[in-house]
Write a protein that binds this ligand. Structure first.
Ligand code: ZN
Length: 315
């Protein structure tokens, strides 16, 4: 929101992309890309984790887009906020499908440390309501990145006929808390939920990774029914992300697969619908940061994630 750094191209609005048509061609390509990258996937240990990732879900219906955060005041799409299919969602291959996008953190979280530090129950224990997220070394906040990518994804998915909801749109003072973020997807009976993040790891740690829910059955958390479909969703997203962005899977977690399974994220633990996180890159690495701060690259990231979702929803 206060950031004014490199490249803020507002997501161009229509850009009708033949997502689905392209899909058939992309899948094999994505797999090839995947294999190619796996060959490169080294791992230099480490394992920076996005503190933010630790924070997950919460509700708060998003609405028309905020201003301020990234020149992204595009399109207040009619309808999607309340789950009611909008005119644009009335047709298309994803008609009837509900996708919840969870933009990690909140641009104003840092002004509400007491509130976001409050502990909430994630089934396996207690965890902070939310976190501030990370930034690039030049100060581009992760929370701005996540909202921007979420807006771009919303446009792409609505073009496919999906009903899209955001858990927050910079339209609330902080949060939502991770338990609420999960609840929003659950109550929307989402067919797929993706929580968008960027990591804050060490210099030299590069690449993206998708976080899958591990099997948890504790307290209010029972992920057992969503483990398999979430893995399918995550693998498809990873494959398409490689293909569209050209980014390699993380070189510091996931052993080069771009996939990591975790049981400590409230946003995953409390989900009752297929859900994954994606850490699109490492904001603290200068090469990754150059991509993350590029509007053109964010468009590719949004497209890669969206194509993975489309692939999952169309089976
Ligand atoms: Zn994060």
């Amino acid at each position: 929101m206060s950031y004014a750094g490199p490249e803020f191209d507002p997501p161009r609005r229509p850009r009708r992309r033949p997502l689905t048509v392209a899909l058939a061609a992309l899948v094999p390509g994505a797999l090839l890309g995947w294999v190619a990258y796996e060959a490169f996937g080294g791992s230099d240990g480490g394992g920076g984790t996005d503190r933010a990732a630790a924070a997950t879900p919460s509700p708060a219906v998003s609405s028309p887009a905020t201003s301020g955060t990234s020149g992204d005041d595009e399109k207040p799409s009619p309808g999607p906020t309340d789950g009611t299919p909008s005119a644009s969602a009335a047709s298309g291959p994803l008609k009837g499908k509900v996708v919840v996008i969870d933009p990690g953190h909140n641009p104003a979280n840092f002004q509400h440390t007491a509130e976001i530090n409050r502990k909430v129950d994630i089934g396996t224990g207690m965890k902070e309501c939310d976190t501030t997220g990370t930034t690039t070394n030049s100060g581009y906040p992760e929370a701005d990145f996540t909202l921007d990518v979420a807006h771009r994804m919303r446009t792409l998915l609505e073009e496919q006929g999906a009903t899209v909801r955001l858990t927050q749109d910079g339209d609330r003072p902080y949060g939502p808390c991770i338990d609420e973020r999960a609840r929003i997807g659950n109550e929307a009976r989402a067919d797929a939920v993706v929580s968008v993040h960027a990591d804050g790891s060490g210099t030299g740690n590069r690449g993206f990774h998708v976080i899958l829910p591990g099997a948890v059955n504790s307290g209010s958390a029972d992920t057992r029914p969503i483990v398999a479909p979430s893995k399918d969703l995550g693998e498809r997203i990873a494959g398409h992300f490689v293909k569209v962005t050209g980014s390699a899977p993380s070189n510091y977690v996931g052993d080069g697969t771009g996939l990591v399974t975790r049981k400590d994220l409230g946003g995953l633990n409390l989900s009752t619908v297929p859900k994954v996180f994606i850490e699109c890159g490492n904001m603290r690495d200068s090469k990754d940061a150059a991509q993350l701060t590029s509007g053109a690259w964010r468009q590719k990231a949004a497209q890669g994630i969206s194509e993975g979702i489309v692939s999952f929803l169309r089976g």
